[in-house]
Design a protein around this ligand. Structure first.
Ligand code: GDP
Length: 464
């Protein structure tokens, strides 16, 4: 599909920078460029060849010095003729260049409209659109690698393969409905259907890890005052801090920080200061602690290596009873010798498990002060959150929307297989096969409504 209008937008972030880029896409991109850009050396435009010159206004006056490149559709991001003009990165100058493009016949682009054109022109599917967004918002190198792999198209390719596995059985079942059985060439339906079910199950199974790598998880530090929760939070952030981007809808205060633990963005919440706040707010404090505990995917119970468990801890330990919890024995720098540390750990584990009534998911000895044991702690937290010990191989389903649709596709494909084996009438098998194919189409974007497309593209910024 080709649009008959040409869009333009500033593609670089607002504010001052080294370079600002104005992007133009559509059938008139080149003629807009020719109207607003005067190359130093005259001559015809060759695609993918950068040229030096000046952006000029309608009267021919120079607006800025610039480099410009023309990309011929379909070999461009949008699959349309596209132009990029690089100028000095000041907000006023890029805005003025954009104004020249608009005056020369382009229309101001909507958020995500360049990517939307790439999608609607069939250059990328919806999983790749979402990967583009994930690349922009990635907070850890692992999340970035997963998004890059998805943009590379492994998921699109795998979904096309699965769809094909379902298409033949569907054609066969439809033929059985339309023609008498003896006129239809018998066909093996079970082999492709079994393969499709298996492949869908495999994809769904990767989502548990993938979603955590992409979205992150929450871990809440609990423990008595002075156990070292704040120190530990700071020490974990120092290992390798995730790049924190402001995410709409999350309220961040000083008690929450995102750490990068083995590629997993973990939002650490410190309940220190909440429980310990003075009287008038104490009630509220306890309530907020409980909330932080309730929201957590994992609790980190911090205790002091040198101290004994006391009754004061009873309430805090009770909070952890229904949640996966790591017992962290802190301040081991105050204990002399490895054996003594082991002994202390074993003792506290036993004492706190008695108090808790259920075993901990892991016990780790650390020193927030010296950094000892922190790598082990990071690895333990990541392993518990991911549910596996092996690192990601890059082919993970990372999106809840994808997982849900693929799980539905798997159920329909499995039902179709069962029905076929039980000799259920082919029109009913065909209903399930169609439902499975449609569920896959929701992921690739072949079968999605405008509402979903709007929801996805509205998350993009203008210029992307
Ligand atoms: P919170 O109340 O649980 O947040 O505890 P803090 O992080 O404020 O720490 C309480 C005190 O213990 C501070 O004086 C810290 O310097 C000290 N502390 C924390 N972690 C360690 C550690 O691993 N070793 C030692 N020796 N002191 C620590």
């Amino acid at each position: 599909m080709m649009y008959d209008d040409t869009i333009a937008a500033v593609a670089t972030p607002p504010g001052e920078g080294g370079i600002g880029i104005v992007r133009i896409s559509g059938k008139d991109a080149l003629s807009v460029l020719e109207r607003i850009f005067v190359p130093v050396r005259p001559g015809r435009w060759k695609p993918y060849r950068m040229r030096y010159g000046h952006v000029v206004d309608g009267a021919g006056a120079r607006v800025d010095e610039a480099l410009a490149v023309f990309m011929r559709g379909p070999r461009s991001f949008t699959a349309e003729d596209t132009v990029e003009i690089s100028v000095h990165g000041g907000p006023l100058v890029v805005e003025r260049v954009l104004q020249q493009a608009l005056a020369a016949g382009a229309r101001a682009a909507n958020p995500g409209e360049f990517t939307m054109r790439a999608f609607l022109n069939g250059r990328i599917d919806l999983t790749q659109v979402e990967a583009t967004l994930d690349i922009i918002t990635a907070r850890t190198t692992t999340a970035l690698a997963l998004a890059e792999a998805q943009l590379g198209g492994w998921l699109s390719h795998e979904l096309r393969r699965i769809r094909d596995l379902l298409m033949d059985p569907l054609a066969y079942c439809t033929a059985l409905v339309d023609f008498p059985e003896d006129e239809v060439e018998p066909q093996d339906v079970e082999t492709p259907l079994t393969a499709a079910v298996q492949a869908l199950d495999t994809l769904v199974a990767t989502a548990e890890q993938g979603i955590i790598y992409r979205q992150g998880a929450r871990a809440t530090l609990v423990g008595r005052p002075n156990a070292g929760k704040s120190s530990l939070l700071n020490a974990l952030l120092r290992i390798d801090r995730a790049i924190v981007t402001p995410i709409p809808g999350t309220t961040r205060d000083t008690l929450e920080e995102t750490a990068n633990l083995e590629g997993v963005p973990v939002v650490l919440t410190d309940t220190a200061g909440i429980v310990e706040s003075v009287d008038p707010v104490e009630r509220l404090g306890v309530e907020r602690s409980r909330q932080a505990v309730a929201l957590a995917d994992l609790l980190l119970l911090v205790v002091e290596g040198a101290s004994q468990p006391v009754d004061d801890d009873r309430e805090i330990v009770a909070l952890t009873r229904d949640k996966r919890t790591v017992l962290i024995v802190n301040k081991i720098d105050l204990i002399d010798g490895t054996d003594a540390v082991q002994e202390c750990m074993a003792f506290l584990k036993c004492a706190y498990e008695n108090l808790r009534g259920v075993p901990f998911d892991a016990t780790v000895a650390v020193s927030a002060l010296t950094g000892q044991g922190l790598d082990m702690l990071g690895a333990t937290v990541a392993r518990l959150l991911l549910g596996v010990s092996s690192p990601a191989d890059g082919r993970l389903v990372t999106n809840v929307r994808h997982r849900d649709a693929l799980a539905r596709a798997a159920t329909h494909a499995r039902d179709a297989l069962d029905s076929f084996r039980r000799g259920v009438s082919p029109d009913l098998v065909a209903v399930d096969l169609t439902a499975a194919i449609n569920a896959i189409g929701e992921v690739t974007g072949e079968a999605v409504g405008d509402d979903l497309l709007h929801a996805i593209f509205s998350r993009f910024c203008i210029g992307k």
